[in-house]
Design a protein around this ligand. Sequence first.
Ligand code: 17E
Ligand code: FE2
Length: 427
Amino acid sequence: MTEHTYDLILRRGKLLSFDTDKRKILDIGIKNGQITAIKPNLNQSAPQEIDLEEKLISPPFVESHIHLDSVLTAGEPRWNQSGTLFEGIQIWGDRKKTLSLEDVTNRALNMLKEQAAQGILFVRTHVDVSEPQLIALKALLELRDRVKNWMTLQVVAFPQDGIYSHSQNKTLLETALEMGADAVGGIPHYELTREDGVRSIKRIFELAEKYNRLIDIHCDEIDDEQSRFLEVVAAAAIHTQIGSRVTASHTTAFGSYNNAYAFKLMGFLQRAQINFIANPLINITLQGRADSYPKRRGVTRVKELWQNGLNVSFGHDCVQDPWYSLGTGNMLDVAHMGVHICHMTGREEVNTCYQMVTTNAAKTLHLEEKYGIEVGKPASLIVLDAKDYYDAIRTRNKPRYVISQGKIIASTTPESTNFSLITAVFR
Ligand code: 17E
Ligand code: FE2
């Protein structure tokens, strides 16, 4: 048997840069799970070849913020009637009393498969570690290993009920890191007092240093303009110089700060160089619930953070859970909502929203050498039936092919509509 130079060749794919509309039609050669050539008209043959007919090749989607422990539980044990974050926390508090390893594993695995089919190959999940048996954490750490040949999973130890609000939670958080969580989380705006919130951030940074982990804090997820833990996170990042390893998630209160304060804060954030994750799909529904009219949009200052050079990504946050009963996990739905709520409708801005669910999110997760369409990197990429990134957000279709570490792990046939009746009427 002759040894082939490539295991798989993708022919005539369209590669597009984000900052210009420059397009190239190229072949991609894949060998042993890696991209080994990107050139026009590769003249070798491979056991498997696909003609992409100039369809768009994109780096995979990165889900930078989801709660896989609670996915697919909407309505259990009851529906969220107020639509608020806090009723969601109460409902989840009841649901989490009935968790089992099997329950969490099945739901999370179903979600990961659905995400993979939609072109997501990297996921950062928060896992509630204020549940005394740490069942969800055990299930997701085990799943992280089980899926690693097709999906990269990052686990954040997230103390949903607060670190200092219950006596055992501080220990549980540290245990979660000893067990192998990739990142430390927190929820300072839900600690019992402002002082506890500040103390919780100090603790999170201590733990990140002690265990050498990333940080991703649910920060100021409230419409209260007095919720100002972001400045505390920024200060800690400035003092420790680890900003690139730190993420502030949600920060919805930033959308309610007065402009004088917001302007000053923006300068500190630029010094801190932390990452931001906004969850527009969920926060447009959770926030603004105490408003009459005008109603706030409940998102952080995404456009201004981006304009000031900070790294921002978009996350889905929830799929069918106590906080949000809709959703399929599609990152293009998230980007689409981001375009609308954040007023990112300019051509460059829409492209930026695409980066917020791909390259920017990859930076936040520190995927580094694992991510990107380049020779020498793992062959993890998706093929979209779209003219360009803008068109991908507009149409939000499932990718035609999803390739992870060199293998085609999912493919979708586009639906087609038959207009026979209309054609007959207008003949
Ligand atoms: N928990 C939380 O504190 N905030 C959220 N948005 C979700 C869970 C989904
Ligand atoms: Fe969240």
